[in-house]
Design a protein around this ligand. Sequence first.
Ligand code: SAH
Length: 341
Amino acid sequence: MRDIKSMTMEELAALMAELGEPAFRAKQIFQWLHRGARSFEEMTNLSKALREKLAGSCTLVPPAVERKQVSRLDGTIKYLWRLADGNCVETVLMRYHHGNTVCISSQVGCRMGCAFCASTIGGKIRDLTPGEMVDQVLFTQLDSGLPISNIVLMGIGEPLDNFDTVLRFLELVNHPEGLHIGMRHISLSTCGLVEQIDKLAQHQLQLTLSVSLHAPDDPTRSQIMPVNRATGVAKLMAACRRYFETTGRRISFEYAMIDGVNDSDGQADLLADWLEGTGSHVNLIPLNEVTESPFKPSKRVRQFQARLEGRGVTATVRRKLGGDIDASCGQLRRKRMEESQ
Ligand code: SAH
């Protein structure tokens, strides 16, 4: 059985040729898929014979809402989706003035092992498919009734560790016959896989690349992010520079503020040394407390920000949304796993 939701328009055209159908059927099917058809039965402008052929050769299983939480504070909605194989992933819908934004997952679990992150506890179960990534956007939009204009790949998983899937996902959501979300409305967040950053640069996409830096020095970064042990900050920053030179797109850096770990003045100065003059932006994230982790939120966020600004590095503090609904990724999936044990 083939995963029809993950197919590009060209692949659908090839499938139609294989089935002896005219090429325009590909566009009709693509439109049905990306408007949220739940079965081939629904595709009423296709012949019954074709619908049956498709049902016999392709899978089409929409995700089911396993859990849904709506924040009373700011309207943030968090979905826990149950996938065809029973695994669950989270999607968060945030309502900003610049438009509704979905934060989607790229893997079931994660193998990067960041010490402060709930998504990596229990490791990676499997990669998501391109179709499962599209479905998070599509069915969040359909279920909530809220039109989605922006996507951030900042949910569970490391997008660059599922590279080909993510590229295909971008092609699908960007397609004019599908959700048609512009690359400039998409952000991809990575823990900093150097080779894949170089590979991504070659594709010259207009998306925003965010790098989860979280510490400007190797001892601290290696302590909280195992991915740093092999690479080091200097090589990562060099890859970021190459990315900017190749694509012309400025990278933004994420920095989760952890009490007594990465929030000293010295670390702000070192961060400014790396970024001064690059025009890069720093997004300071108040740490979300994770039950399983010993880390506490920093109390020095404003001082740290002021110190960066004093050096001409623009830094904003991320507004916390959905504080009442476990909205930081990985937490809801963990909760359900614990309950079912
Ligand atoms: N794997 C990707 C994307 C997923 S995480 C990455 O590492 O960038 C999205 C962002 O949330 C990352 O910057 C991540 O480091 C951060 N994050 C993870 N756990 C957090 C926590 N407990 N508090 C604040 N930010 C956290």
